[in-house]
Design a protein around this ligand. Structure first.
Ligand code: PQ2
Ligand code: NAD
Length: 248
C-alpha cells in the first residue's frame, strides 16, 4: 500500500503553554529556539557552558532557568527528566547533540536536533503570525533559507488586518453557534461569510460600525431550523447569506 511508504512530517500545532521544555546549548541558535518557546508560553530550562547576552538577560528576568554546565546524560536522572515535554539539542557539537537525541528519545520526549534534521522528531518551520492565524512553512530541512524566503513572501501578502479578521471570525462563529440551531445552516454561514468584504472594511475603518450592526442582525434572527432551502420568506434566505453581511 502506497501510504505505508510515506514519511512526510506530520504538521500539528502543539500547545506548550505552561509546559516545561529543555534546551541544551546557549548560542544564537539556542536563543532563537528559546524565544519561540517563550512565545508559545513554555517554561524553559537550559543547560550550556556559555549563554548569549540576551539569554543571560532573560534569566535575570526569571523568564528562563540557566544551568551553566556541560551536558552529560548521567547528570539527569529520569525523575528529573520527567517534567520535560520537549527537548532541543542546540550545541555546536554534533556528537553531544546526538547524545541528547538518544537520551531524550529513550525517555519518549519530542526532540529537535538543530544540526541533524534526520534525527529530529520535530522540525521547526519558519512562521508568520497574525494573532490566531499561524502560517508555518517547512522544507523538512532541505533548505531553511527557502522556508524563510517563502514565509517572507507570505508575510508581505497577509497584513496586520488578519489578526482582527481572525478574532472576528472566531467571535462570529461562537455567536452563530449560539443563535443558529440548524447544523447545515450554520455550516453554510461559516463558508459564505468568508465572501463578506471584512478585510476591506478593516482597512478602510468601517469595520467596527459594520460589526455592531451585523451582530445585532444575527442576534435578531430568526434563523432557519429546517433543512436547507426550507426557509420562510421573512427570514434571510439561503441565496442572500453571501450578501447578508454586506446589507446589514
Ligand atoms: C525556519 C527556521 C526556524 C528556526 O530555527 O527558528 C529554521 N532555520 C532557520 C533559519 C536558518 N537556518 C540556517 C540558515 C542559514 C542558511 C542556510 O543554511 O540555509 C538560516 C537562514 C537564516 O538564518 O536566515 C542554517 C541551518 N539550519 C539547519 C541547519 C542544519 C542542517 O541543515 O543540517 C543549518 C546549517 C548550519 C550550517 O551547516 O552552518 C537546520 C534546520 N533549520 C530549521 C529551521 C529546520 C528546518 C526548517 C525547514 O527547512 O523546514 C532545521 C532542520 C532544524 C530545526 O532547527 O528545526 C529558521 C528561519 C526563521 C525565520 O523565519 O526567520
Ligand atoms: N537549526 C538552525 O536553524 C541552525 C542554524 C545555524 C546553525 N545551526 C547549527 O546549530 C549549531 C549551534 O549554532 P550556534 O550558532 O548557536 O553555535 P555556538 O557555537 O554559538 O553555540 C554553541 C553553544 O553550545 C554550548 N555547548 C557546546 N558543547 C556543549 C556541551 N557539551 N554541553 C552544554 N553546552 C554545550 C556552548 O557553550 C554554546 O553556548 C551550529 O553548530 C550549527 O550546526 C543550526
Amino acid at each position: 500500500m502506497e501510504l505505508l511508504n510515506m514519511k512526510y512530517p506530520y504538521p500539528i500545532m502543539v500547545n506548550l503553554a505552561g509546559k516545561q521544555c529543555l534546551v541544551i546549548g546557549g548560542g544564537p541558535v539556542a536563543e532563537r529556539k528559546v524565544f519561540s518557546l517563550l512565545e508559545a508560553g513554555a517554561r524553559v530550562t537550559m543547560i550550556s557552558m556559555e549563554f548569549t547576552e540576551r539569554l543571560a538577560e532573560l534569566a535575570n528576568h526569571s523568564a528562563v532557568v540557566l544551568h551553566r554546565q556541560t551536558f552529560h546524560p548521567s547528570m539527569m536522572t529520569s525523575e528529573e527528566f520527567m517534567p520535560f515535554t520537549l527537548v532541543v539539542a542546540a550545541t555546536n557539537s554534533a556528537e553531544v547533540n546526538a547524545q541528547v537525541y538518544e537520551f531524550a528519545t529513550v525517555h519518549g520526549k519530542l526532540v529537535n536536533v538543530v544540526d541533524q534534521p534526520e534525527l529530529s522528531s520535530y522540525i521547526q518551520p519558519s512562521v508568520v503570525r497574525r494573532g490566531k492565524l499561524v502560517i508555518a512553512v517547512s522544507t523538512g530541512g532541505a533548505s531553511p533559507s527557502a522556508a524563510r524566503k517563502i514565509a517572507r513572501e507570505l508575510d508581505n501578502n497577509y497584513g496586520e488586518e488578519y489578526e482582527i479578521y481572525l478574532d472576528f471570525l472566531s467571535e462570529v462563529r461562537h455567536l452563530v453557534q449560539s443563535q443558529i440551531a440548524d447544523k447545515q445552516a450554520r455550516q453554510r454561514m461559516f463558508k459564505e461569510m468568508l465572501d463578506w468584504d471584512v478585510l476591506e472594511k478593516i482597512r478602510d475603518g468601517s469595520f467596527d460600525n459594520w460589526k455592531d450592526k451585523l451582530y445585532l442582525a444575527i442576534e435578531r434572527g430568526p434563523w432557519p431550523n429546517g433543512l436547507a432551502g426550507q426557509v420562510d420568506t421573512d427570514r434571510p434566505s439561503w441565496s442572500t447569506i453571501t450578501d447578508f453581511g454586506q446589507r446589514v
